[in-house]
Design a protein around this ligand. Structure first.
Ligand code: FAD
Ligand code: NAD
Length: 478
């Protein structure tokens, strides 16, 4: 390797893949001086995903919820290497990660390999399409900053195209039909944000679209938000009705073209019917799928052969069938939902585990040295003194070795549902309770604000909220 990439031979090399919830929470708490830490991710920033739906309509500007990794890595005690690249393959036997710079600007070297002693896989998941034709070509996902920017642009493009001279009534209706597929929290929050945008801004600025702008949420199951309690599902469905967002449950999208989707529902006679639903904007939010680099790693490990949704891990988040690979977040299967809450707790757990492991090694080295000292002690007095030291170090070693397995502590689920209302399933000391409404909305806002990565993010988000309230959202099409 080039001189600047040379690792310290006295330390183990810990490679961390990804800069999302899992990896960043690990990096925040890790004592980096114990390892040669190398971070690899195609994204040189952390993204606060809970507020991403707000970026699609300009309630929040995307940079307000991004935090450059360089910002917090430079405050770590020991330098951390960051390579902006995709991990394209992990060779579990050779202990090598192959990386590729897929950004626009490439240097003479854009593909190389990084050896590791310990590896943390925190690459998240990709968007599920279930192989449904046309999804990738025609719809927008909602996972990354670029997705939110694309949606924001398309909403305004649909609106401006609908108001184009001599547009036919049928075409206007199609262009202003905003279809969201997937009634999980992502789809619900986006539909709510979009309807808000229409009600508080678009309707005023471009009144001629008022009669035709329409949001529809399509969900295959009998209800939206399947992971929330029945009471909150009913509350959400009722609120959407009042907001005039149409919910089409028990309707499964089977095919997507550039102007309509084909969805299978049940007719009044109980028979399956295939319906064409024209759209102007299509947002696809049907959950997670396993990334190719993770699938490839799973295929290398016999113990992973029965795992489908990601890397099966044990209670210490070690990838089953390996000794030196850990996985966190959406790419790990540990019987928890794929949420930011789980990923960040897993990352923090691994940081503690690695800090303890380093301490264990230090204590073990100290013990080896002390035993030698004891053997070489010239008299009983010195021997007793060394013996006392050994006892003390052994006690400390026992303490650090006592670390228990990962345990997830669920703080509750929150989702924004539009018109300044939110739903919350919260488990506190007093037990579980479910709540929805305007007060919950303020709770939602303050909870997310407190969870923002940095004070800088917090200030920017507040300013964006104030700006949107005072001047309305920006409707220019960038
Ligand atoms: P991610 O945060 O997705 O990070 C993965 C990282 O890996 C990224 O940095 C990515 O660039 C990088 N990466 C990808 N491929 C590679 C590769 N080949 N090599 C190296 N790096 C790679 N959860 C909640 O608990 N509460 C919420 O309110 C909430 N709201 C959400 C809203 C939206 C719109 C979305 C999409 C999700 C939301 N979630 C929420 C879910 C939450 O964002 C995920 O569960 C969480 O991001 C998972 O963390 P992760 O670290 O596993 O993956
Ligand atoms: P999800 O998996 O929760 O929901 C996807 C929905 O799409 C499912 O209800 C599924 O039935 C439906 N679906 C699948 N295929 C379909 C088809 N062909 N036609 C119609 N409907 C179809 O996905 P998500 O909402 O993206 O959430 C992913 C993860 O992120 C979840 O764990 C979620 O809890 C988390 N998340 C949490 C929040 C929050 O807490 N506020 C917000 C966003 C995401």
């Amino acid at each position: 390797p080039a001189e600047q990439d040379e690792p310290d031979p006295n330390k183990k090399t810990l490679v961390v893949l990804g800069t999302g919830w899992g990896s960043v929470s690990l990096l925040k708490k890790l004592d980096t001086e114990n390892y040669n830490v190398v971070v690899i991710s195609p994204r040189n920033y952390f993204l606060f995903t809970p507020l991403l739906p707000s970026c699609t309509t300009g309630t929040i500007e995307h940079r307000s919820i991004m935090e450059p990794v360089r910002n917090f890595l430079r405050h770590k005690k020991a330098a951390v290497k960051f390579y902006e690249a995709d991990a394209t393959k992990i060779d579990a036997e050779k202990k090598i990660v192959y990386i590729s710079d897929d950004s626009e600007i490439k240097g003479a070297t854009s593909e190389t390999e990084v050896p590791y002693d310990m590896l943390v896989v925190g690459v998240g998941a990709e968007n599920a399409t279930f192989g449904i034709p046309g999804v990738r070509e025609h719809s927008c996902f909602l996972k990354e900053v670029g997705d939110a920017q694309k949606i924001r642009k398309r909403i305004m493009d649909c609106v401006e195209t609908a108001t184009f001279k001599n547009q036919s009534p049928e075409e206007i209706k199609r262009l202003l039909h905003m279809v969201v597929v997937g009634g999980g929290p992502t789809g619900v929050e986006f539909a709510g944000e979009l309807q808000d945008f229409f009600e508080s801004d678009l309707r005023k600025w471009i009144p001629e679209i008022a009669g035709n702008f329409h949001v529809t949420l399509v969900e295959a199951l009998p209800n939206v938000l399947p992971s929330f309690s029945k009471q909150l599902i009913d509350y959400t469905e009722q609120t959407f009705k009042e907001e005039t967002i149409e919910i089409r449950t028990k309707t499964t999208v089977k095919n997507v073209t550039d102007t309509y989707i084909e969805a299978e529902g049940t007719g009044p006679d109980g028979k399956k019917v295939l319906e064409k639903i024209p759209y102007g904007l299509l947002v696809w939010a049907t959950g997670n799928a396993v990334r190719p680099v993770v699938k490839d790693l799973m295929n290398q490990i016999p113990a992973q052969k029965d795992s489908r949704r990601g890397l099966a891990v044990n209670e210490y988040l070690v990838v089953k069938g390996t000794e030196d690979i850990w996985a966190v977040g959406d790419c790990a299967v540990a019987n928890y939902a794929p949420t930011a809450q789980v990923a960040s707790q897993e990352g923090a757990f691994l940081a503690r585990l690695f800090n303890q492991m380093a301490k264990t090694q230090t204590f073990e080295a100290e013990l080896a040295q002390l035993s030698e000292d004891q053997a070489r002690a010239p008299n009983k007095e010195t021997r007793d003194e060394v013996f006392a030291n050994i006892k003390e170090v052994q006690k400390r070693l026992r303490r650090v070795k006592q670390m228990g397995p990962f345990e997830y502590s669920h703080q509750g689920s929150l989702a924004y549902i539009g018109s300044e209302k939110a739903v919350a399933d919260i488990s506190w000391l007093t037990g579980n309770f479910a709540t929805g409404g305007s007060l919950t909305y303020y709770f939602w806002r303050s909870a997310y604000l407190s969870m923002c990565f940095s004070t800088r993010n917090r200030v920017l988000v507040i300013l964006d909220w104030v700006k949107a309230k005072m001047f309305g959202r920006d409707v220019s099409r960038e």
